[in-house]
Ligand binder design. Structure first.
Ligand SMILES: O=C(O)CCC(=O)C(=O)O
Length: 249
């Protein structure tokens, strides 16, 4: 990909950019980062409603969390939703999306994975700042289904000395660098693989409306299920302190 500090926009945020056919992947990928897989309409309207209904049951009694200045994510709610938290109709969709993501990313469709992670960004102020996901909290892919409203995701080449899992200050970064933007309409699904996962920072812009996403991840290499962490801490071993998430089922 050529280097430029002007972002390439994939989708229809700016009228001057090409509008892509709703179910096709090819033109979007051709214009975007080669390791970002991007699909529209991966679930039906009915399936999206079912997923959102289940998410809202878990989110309803949570408050939006603000956070301190160097936080990656601001004004959000989040919850992990293992398989038991989904209705049968939604669960079939969740299973399908895991298999779809793994298949498209070239992983076995039965790759062990974490529980789906639901993120709710508050209207106007809810935002995910540029970051590269920590290797402790995920494996080879980060995939996400967008629900409720349209937001833009930007991928940016981070500075050489960036720290995984931290907020990167790219706003004041004057380097000549690769940037690619994706318009994430409701029911779009993206998969960050390979260099898009490990070598590019991603961020989700603010937007006028609330946005809910369901994030799908394979297990990190050093994944340890809760029962094992508990066992180790009860036995005074070197249990990891935090940040590990439950397996999905
Ligand atoms: O909500 C999204 O699509 C992005 C989530 C995200 O940035 C992450 O899980 O690292």
């Amino acid at each position: 990909m050529s280097r430029s500090s002007a972002a390439v926009v994939v989708g229809e945020r700016k009228k001057t950019f090409q509008r892509y056919a709703s179910t096709a992947i090819s033109s979007q990928q051709a214009a975007g980062h080669p390791d970002v897989l991007y699909y529209e309409d991966v679930v039906t309207e009915e399936e999206a409603s079912s997923l959102l209904r289940d998410c809202d049951k878990r989110l309803a009694n949570k408050r939006y969390q603000g956070s301190h200045f160097d936080a990656v994510i601001v004004d959000y709610k989040e919850t992990e939703m293992p398989f038991r938290n989904w209705s049968p109709e939604s669960l079939a969709v969740i299973r399908r999306l895991f298999a779809f993501a793994f298949d498209k990313a070239g992983l076995p469709t039965n790759t062990p994975h974490l529980a789906p992670h639901v993120i709710d960004l508050k209207p106007k102020t809810g935002v995910i700042y540029p970051h590269v996901d920590s290797l402790k909290h995920g494996g080879e892919i980060v995939a996400s289904l967008s629900l409720v409203s349209t937001r833009t995701m930007r991928l940016t080449e981070p500075p050489k000395d960036f720290q995984v899992g931290t907020k990167l200050d790219l706003a004041s970064d004057k380097r000549d660098k690769t940037e690619v933007e994706y318009v994430l309409r409701p029911r779009t699904f993206y998969i960050l693989t390979k260099s898009a996962r490990y070598d590019m920072a991603h961020e989700i812009f603010k937007g006028d409306e609330r946005r809910v996403s369901i994030v799908f991840r394979d297990q990190p290499k050093d994944f340890m299920p809760d029962w094992a962490k508990e066992f180790m801490s009860n036995n005074n071993s070197n249990a990891p302190s935090s940040g590990m998430t439950n397996a999905a089922s």
